[in-house]
Design a binder for this molecule. Structure first.
Ligand code: FPP
Ligand code: MG
Length: 450
């Protein structure tokens, strides 16, 4: 199984232009097989998701009530919680399988870094060094004190090593009933915090007055406070990340933050005028596609891929074990499918919540999948993309070209192809309800309407 399920199909986007490509013709029989009933992924971990949401706001308490309000603003309204869901389902689908699982399970009962739930709030440096007062965690945090006295270090407490007997069995099997470790619950919160921080910044960049139909944070608090609020959430997420006690997970999550920024920068980059003159149009389109998919990975799929991989690492899967690779491959493919569907929905919206016709991406100057495919059929799209739909009438003209082309259908077909790859890699995991829920999620992502 190993290897065969993990091969990627390359250049999925260079499919022949088939105007009438339908969802069912693009998918293999299994993807939309309604005869099998798959569990509702959200229902499977509903209590955990609700606990994660409740407890998140606790982590964001500060000495400045205004700051709490901005930082928790996007957590206090309904959200999809797709990213925490991925973490929880991958934890359940792989816990017990990794070589280090007995150690992780033993740790989850110990009062030590990366251990039991209460300990995940324990400062690694003294509270009066951290000065990160959180009124919701009074016993473990302190307010900045203007008085500071130099003190000699305390002798660190010796932690007893894990008993070797925990490794008595070399057999590894899925935990029954399916389990989630405290560190994995906290990881689910951390990825949601990183996501929310990126939205706080994104709404400043996009100058969006609304998010999910309600007033956006920059509209409610001003741009400066929205940016600062996002930075504060990232700071608290970083502290929580360090307390998980796993350097590989720190590396994975920190690199997501860098990827999010890179994705945003790539999104702002122009299709160069020089390129348009110097290279054949097919090459320009290829470059534009490469950049578009790279940006899609950076801004959306990276978090899902590395978040899922981190969950599996926290469950004790080690290098050389398939499960980490499955998690990454699944998250990467699902994330790209998710963003492609997002880009399709942007065109399908008859009206957005501001009452403007769909195509908000065009108004932001962004050429996503549908426009790039339309460019293949209608060369007039090239100059519009190059000037980021900036001249009067460009947005409307581009929208018409997309409508006249198979751009939307082909982008949807591409999303289905990525979702199928996500589903296929799951075959490398043992059967479980969590695996079935992950499979169901690949269908949900394609069928979603918002
Ligand atoms: C929403 O997507 C935006 C993102 C997924 C990423 C935004 C990233 C940044 C602003 C970089 C800064 C990151 C951090 C962590 C501080 P969208 O714009 O396609 O969708 P939406 O605006 O319609 O929700
Ligand atoms: Mg945006």
């Amino acid at each position: 199984m190993r290897g065969c399920a993990l091969k990627f199909r390359r250049n999925l986007y260079f499919q022949p232009c088939r105007r009438a490509l339908s969802i069912s013709s693009a998918s293999s029989p299994n993807t939309h097989d309604h005869s099998r009933s798959l569990p509702d992924p959200f229902a499977l971990v509903a209590p955990e998701l609700s606990q994660i949401r409740k407890d998140l706001v606790r982590l964001l308490g500060s000495a400045h009530p205004g700051l709490d309000e901005i930082a928790s603003y996007y957590f206090l309204r309904p959200s999809k919680q797709l990213r925490p869901l991925l973490i929880l389902l991958f934890s359940q689908a792989t816990n017990g399988l990794g070589r280090d699982w007995p150690l992780k399970q033993w740790m989850s009962e110990q009062p030590r870094p990366g251990g039991c739930l209460e300990n995940l709030d324990e400062p690694l440096s003294r509270a009066n060094i951290l000065n990160d007062w959180n009124p919701n965690i009074k016993d473990k945090t302190t307010l900045y004190d203007p008085e500071f006295t130099f003190s000699l270090p305390q002798t660190p407490k010796e932690l007893p090593p894990p008993p070797l007997s925990i490794f008595s069995s070399l057999e590894r099997e899925l935990t029954s009933p399916l389990s989630i470790l405290p560190t994995q619950m906290r990881l689910a919160q951390i990825v949601e915090m990183v996501h929310a921080a990126s939205l706080l910044h994104d709404d400043v960049i996009d100058e969006s007055p609304l998010r999910r139909g309600s007033t956006s944070a920059p509209e409610a608090f001003g741009k400066k406070f929205a940016v600062l609020g996002g930075n504060f959430v990232l700071g608290r997420a970083s502290v929580a990340l360090a307390r998980l006690g796993d350097p590989e997970v720190v590396q994975l999550i920190a690199s997501i933050i860098a990827n999010l920024v890179e994705g945003e920068i790539l999104q702002m980059q122009d299709v160069e005028a020089d390129d348009i003159l110097a290279v054949p149009s097919s090459q320009i389109a290829k470059n534009a596609w490469t950049m578009y998919l790279q940006k899609t990975y950076m801004k959306t799929a990276s978090l899902m891929a590395k978040g899922a991989r981190s969950a599996v690492v926290l469950g004790g899967c080690m290098d050389g074990e398939t499960y980490k690779e499955v998690a990454y491959a699944y998250g990467r493919n699902l994330g790209i499918a998710f963003q492609l569907v997002d880009d399709v929905l942007d065109y399908e919206a008859v009206e957005d919540t501001l009452g403007k016709p769909g195509g908000a991406d065009l108004q932001l100057g962004l050429a996503t999948g549908p426009a790039l495919y339309a460019w293949e059929e209608h060369p007039e799209m090239g100059p519009l993309i190059e000037r980021k739909f900036g001249e009067v009438g460009d947005v409307e003209f581009a929208r018409d070209l997309v409508r006249k082309s198979a751009g939307v259908e082909r982008t949807r077909a591409l999303a289905i192809a990525y979702a199928e790859q996500a589903r296929d890699v799951l075959q490398a995991l043992p059967e479980s309800e969590a695996r079935a829920a992950l499979e169901a999620l690949t269908e949900r992502v394609i069928k979603r309407k918002s």
